[in-house]
Write a protein that binds this ligand. Sequence first.
Ligand code: UDP
Ligand code: MG
Length: 318
Amino acid sequence: MPPILYIVIPCYNEQEVLPVTAPMFLEKINSLSEKGKISSESRILFVNDGSKDKTWEIISELSKQDCHYIGISQSRNRGHQNAVLAGLMEAKDRCDITISIDCDGQDDINAMDQMVDEYLGGCEIVYGVRSSRETDTFFKRFTAQSFYKFLSAMGAEVIYNHADYRLISARALKELANFKEVNLFLRGMVPLVGFKSTSVSYARAERIAGESHYPFKKMVGLAMDGITSLSVKPLRLITSFGVIVALLSFIGVIWAIVTALRGNAVAGWASMTCIVCFVSGVQLICLGIIGEYIGKIYMETKARPRYIISERTWEEEK
Ligand code: UDP
Ligand code: MG
């Protein structure tokens, strides 16, 4: 029996792209099932992430046209990571493998063949890795690369140039479901699940239509979430930095005493001001970083639901 595949696709205000990319996904499912690699029971699961345009209408319409299209709708916009998780959790009990992919056609769907082959060869998780970023703008490429470098410098292990295009088996998903954190950073969490895994590379294309929903501000937010939910290294850096500043101050104190004893103490207004400004700046940064973690703890203790599904394109059995 070939495995049942669910392709999980988060969609936020994608009315321009969906009509173009949806048939491409359907074609892929059909060709894979014709080759006998996946079951004909496979589905394309759209997750509408509280879109404000006609995205959900398009998804409902598609689901009436072909039984391979199904969809769920989140009660409001919760962000890409939560939308992907909602789809994966919805799919995990109905299928053998899931592949999550963006709906804008940027990730090469032909890499799915290789992903499924790797699964059939025994891998539970297959990461899609971008081989080049030539089609991205210089700014996007630069910020994205800095993002990965910064993450790994801060102790958050992620796979370089891997976004959220990946195959996960239902077995691995059932383990992922036990990771209860509310602050989601799937790229960092999935490797922690373990199991045999591998990567396949693909060339990243340009967005087929519409605009990116990941402006610089959201990237910074994602990087902060990634670091603070995967590592406590920044807190350690603060401690080391504190030690260095304390040592320097100690030298400064000795210098001040020696100067005073020699009797050449002059009104050191400039140096005092510099030191006060510097140290208070450092303290504020440190407080900010600690505050970031306390904020995370606060959100985690609330244990709010990570997604709320308001609608489905099919009838739920009671
Ligand atoms: N997306 C989402 N919720 C959001 C923002 C984005 O579900 O709040 C989806 C979006 O529809 C797309 C994917 O996440 O399928 C990636 O977004 P986008 O292509 O805008 O990001 P980029 O590829 O530019 O990083
Ligand atoms: Mg995109």
